[in-house]
Ligand binder design. Structure first.
Ligand code: SF4
Ligand code: SF4
Length: 265
C-alpha cells in the first residue's frame, strides 16, 4: 500500500524494540561508517563485528536479535540505519521521486509491538521528520546513482564479453559474492577511509565513487574484462542494501550491450 506524506499511520512508535528482532536491516557503506563513529571503532572493525552478508546488512545474534540492541533499547539510536528509522514503512524511488509504502499484508508493527496501535495516529510526514530519515535517504539515493554509473562503466569496459561470469556472480548470496572480491577491493567497497565526509552523505558517496573508479584506472592496466567483472561485483554489492536485484543489474547490462550492438550494426 503506497502512502502520501499527508496520510495517517494508525500507530505511534512505543520503542518496544519489536523491529529489532528477526529483521534484515540493510546498511550502505556510509551507514557502516556512521555506526563506526558512534561505536568508536574503525569502519572495518565495525563491519566485521556488526554486519554480515559481505557488509550489506546488520548482524544478528543466535536468537535473531540485532547485536546493537541493549537492555534499554537501541545502543546506537542516533546512528541507526535508515531501515530502522523507516520501519514500519518501506521506501522506493519512482522516476526519482520517493514513494513510501507499507510492505506486506497488514500493519508491520501489529504483531511486534501491539500497544503501538492503541496510540494516536501519526502523519507520515511527521513520522519521517521525527525519525531523521534525510541523511540516510541522501546516502541511499546517491548510492543508487553510483550503482547506475558503475554499471555504465562496466558496459564501457566491454562487460558484455564477460556477461556470463557476471551472471554467475549475480546468482550468489551477497556474502559469497563479496568473498570473490580481492581483499583490497572488499575493503575499499565496505570500509573506505572517508571520515572527513561523514556528515555530508552525498559528498561521502561522491568521494567513495572517485576512490572506486580511481582504483579501476590504477589497478587494471589493459585488463578491461577483469576490471568489468570487479566493477560489476562492486555495483551488485552496493545495490544489495538498496533492494536492487543483482539479476536485474545483469539484465540491464545485457539490454545495454544489445542496444550498442544494434547501434553499431
Ligand atoms: S515495531 Fe513499530 S512500534 Fe515497535 S519499536 Fe518498531 S517501529 Fe516502534
Ligand atoms: S540498529 Fe538499533 S534500531 Fe536498528 S535493529 Fe539494531 S537495535 Fe534496532
Amino acid at each position: 500500500m503506497d502512502l502520501a506524506r499527508s496520510d495517517l499511520l494508525p500507530l505511534d512508535c512505543v520503542r518496544g524494540g519489536g523491529c529489532c528482532h528477526a529483521q534484515r536491516i540493510p546498511v550502505t557503506p556510509w551507514e557502516i561508517a556512521i555506526l563506526a563513529r558512534a561505536l568508536d571503532l574503525s569502519p572495518a572493525v565495525c563491519r566485521d563485528r556488526h554486519t554480515r552478508a559481505g557488509g550489506t546488512c546488520l548482524a544478528a545474534d543466535a536468537a535473531g536479535d540485532c547485536r546493537l540492541l541493549g537492555a534499554a533499547g537501541c545502543t546506537v539510536h542516533a546512528a541507526r540505519p535508515l531501515a530502522c528509522r523507516l520501519f514500519p514503512l518501506g521506501r522506493r524511488l519512482d522516476e526519482g521521486r520517493p514513494i513510501y509504502h507499507m510492505p506486506g499484508a497488514g500493519h508491520r508493527c501489529s504483531g511486534l509491538c501491539p500497544e503501538a496501535l492503541s496510540r494516536p495516529p501519526r502523519q507520515v510526514a511527521a513520522w519521517l521528520g521525527e525519525q531523521g530519515v534525510t541523511p540516510g535517504e541522501s546516502a541511499h539515493d546517491a548510492y543508487g546513482r553510483l550503482v547506475c554509473g558503475l554499471l555504465a562503466e562496466v558496459c564501457h569496459l566491454g562487460g558484455v564479453s564477460v556477461l556470463g561470469e557476471i551472471g554467475v556472480l549475480a546468482d550468489l548470496p551477497a556474502g559469497e559474492r563479496a568473498a570473490t572480491l580481492p581483499r583490497p577491493w572488499f575493503e575499499l567497497l565496505t570500509a573506505p577511509d572517508l571520515s572527513g565526509q561523514l556528515d555530508d552523505p552525498s559528498a561521502f558517496v561522491l568521494a567513495h565513487a572517485e576512490r572506486l573508479l580511481g582504483a579501476v584506472e590504477a589497478g587494471f592496466a589493459g585488463d578491461r574484462s577483469r576490471a568489468a567483472v570487479i566493477l560489476a561485483t562492486v555495483a551488485m554489492q552496493l545495490g544489495e542494501p538498496l533492494g536492487i536485484d543483482a539479476q536485474a543489474a545483469v539484465a540491464y547490462l545485457g539490454r545495454t550491450a544489445s542496444g550498442e550492438h544494434r547501434a553499431t550494426a
